[in-house]
Design a protein around this ligand. Structure first.
Ligand code: ARG
Length: 472
């Protein structure tokens, strides 16, 4: 049990209490960010004359060597250390001696861990933005290819009005676009450096917090030392945004599961993303989609767990906050795995356009348009609604679509029906006449595609948030 304190203690910590208190099993993933932060801190200490240039050089070299030794498997992170910070400091001292004992000057593990969490999360926010961009690319590509793939649009999971696959997928484009913009928002708000806040009240050393912030690509230092060590708002925001991403993925999964059912047969999932049954040879199950749907609850749970942890914590740092990590890492890992897999599954999904179109023709999805036809001939809408309602009942009885009736049969319901009705209520007309912005006609969807293509292009030329970070 290697500890960072000792002077004040005469007895040893209970073994179980040590493990209970330790975080090394999960904060070991901070190794790289802890090295980054410690190097920046040492450089600032040297610039301020708090340590010498030589001491700084050996600290930087020592930290780099520890990092590469761990990465190459030459050095193991073991549970004899309480956390990653203790592991690094102990090993640094082992390697470089007294200079290593100076790295923690003017720093507390409270601002150190606050920095690590922020650096780690900032990388994850950028990674999530990238994954969302891949999803948007995939969706836009499918949208371009399916402007004329007709399918039923649903409300209450009942066929409502015809749309196109392009239009349907476009709804998900808007959802994931908002998710991506949320990542940018979070980034803007979180990109301030807590290092230098000390345990809670800053330090008496003449630290240059602007300099460390700059070295670590932050916009600047945080402005209140107590808030700096006890703020996890950005993490909560990120986990809430991840929960929303998962909610979108889960809705999409539910649709893929329904579309993949024997009854619908709208899609076929590629073999790479489906599984079989150990007993029923005919089965091809949408397990990936089901798991994405299932894991959504887990990410919500992670968010609620952190919110609950934070709600009773008085200022400033309290050990409860160590509980942020496992939940946050789980939410990050789960969401990114789900997004990667779902995007790949979507890219390889085969759409059965004839089944989709057939389904759109069969469910009276043109009933509204049939009523509108009568309205255009002069009938008040409410009366037209009733006439078409009766007509639908008649068709259900006969087992046919409105389009299958003869003009004589139609005239039996209203004298206003004429030969032009068939064209007016055809699937093609129903979709193509919906021309307003955001509507399903190929012309309207094309306009949306153009706007969204521009959105993705600007995102790219901006090289996204990464370059704006450097620029600010
Ligand atoms: N492992 C701790 C955490 O994750 C690091 C900070 C420890 N600070 C302290 N005062 N015990 O929060």
């Amino acid at each position: 049990m290697a500890q960072l304190w000792g002077g004040r203690f005469t007895g040893n910590i209970n073994e179980m209490a040590f493990s209970f208190n330790a975080s090394i099993t999960f904060d070991r993933r901070f190794l790289e960010v802890d090295v980054r932060g410690s190097k920046a801190h040492a450089m600032m200490l040297a610039k301020q004359g708090i340590i010498t240039e030589d001491e700084k050089d050996s600290i930087v070299k020592g930290l780099d060597e520890i990092l590469s030794d761990v990465q190459e498997g030459k050095l193991l992170i073991t549970e004899e250390y309480e956390d990653i910070h203790s592991f690094l400091e102990a090993n640094l001292i082992k390697r470089i001696g007294d200079a290593g004992k100076k790295v923690h000057t003017g720093r507390s593990r409270n601002d150190q861990v606050a920095l690590d969490m922020r650096l780690y999360t900032r990388d994850e926010v950028l990674r999530m933005a990238d994954l969302l961009r891949n999803m948007l690319d995939t969706l836009l590509d499918l949208m371009k290819k399916n402007l004329h793939t007709y399918m039923p649009g649903f409300t209450h999971l009942q066929k409502a009005q015809p749309v196109t696959l392009s239009h349907h997928l476009g709804a998900y484009f808007e959802m994931f676009k908002r998710d991506l913009l949320r990542m940018k928002d979070i980034y803007e708000r979180m990109n301030y450096c807590p290092l230098g806040a000390g345990a809670l009240a800053g330090t008496t050393y003449p630290l240059d917090r602007d300099y460390t912030a700059e070295l670590l690509d932050f916009y600047g230092p945080t402005l209140n030392s107590m808030d700096s060590v006890s703020d996890r708002d950005y993490l909560i925001e990120f986990m809430a945004a991840l929960s929303t991403v998962m909610m979108h993925l889960s809705r999409f999964s539910e649709e893929v599961i329904i579309w993949n059912s024997n009854e619908y047969h709208f899609v076929e999932i590629d073999d790479a993303y489906s599984t079989g049954s150990s007993i029923m040879p005919q089965k091809k199950n949408p397990d990936i989609a089901e798991l994405v749907r299932g894991k959504t609850g887990r990410v919500y749970g992670d968010l609620i767990s952190l919110l609950t942890t934070m709600k009773g914590i008085p200022l400033a740092y309290n050990k409860d906050m160590q509980e942020d990590k496992e939940a946050a890492f789980d939410a990050m890992d789960t969401s990114s795995d789900c997004l990667i897999l779902f995007t790949d599954m979507l890219r390889t999904l085969k759409f059965n356009s004839s089944a989709m179109e057939k389904s759109a023709t069969m469910g009276f999805t043109n009933a509204t348009d049939a009523a509108d036809y009568l309205v255009n001939k002069g009938m008040p809408f409410r009366d037209a609604h009733t006439v078409i309602g009766r007509l639908v009942l008649y068709c259900i009885d006969k087992g046919c679509a409105i389009d299958d009736l003869s003009i004589q049969e139609l005239k039996g319901f209203s004298e206003m029906f004429e030969g032009d009705v068939f064209d007016a209520i055809s699937l093609k007309t129903c979709v193509e006449k919906r021309l307003t912005t955001g509507a399903p006609s190929p012309a309207a969807v094309q306009k949306t595609i153009d706007i969204n293509e521009e959105f993705l292009k600007n995102l790219r030329s901006d090289k996204d948030i990464e370059t704006r970070r450097k620029r600010k």
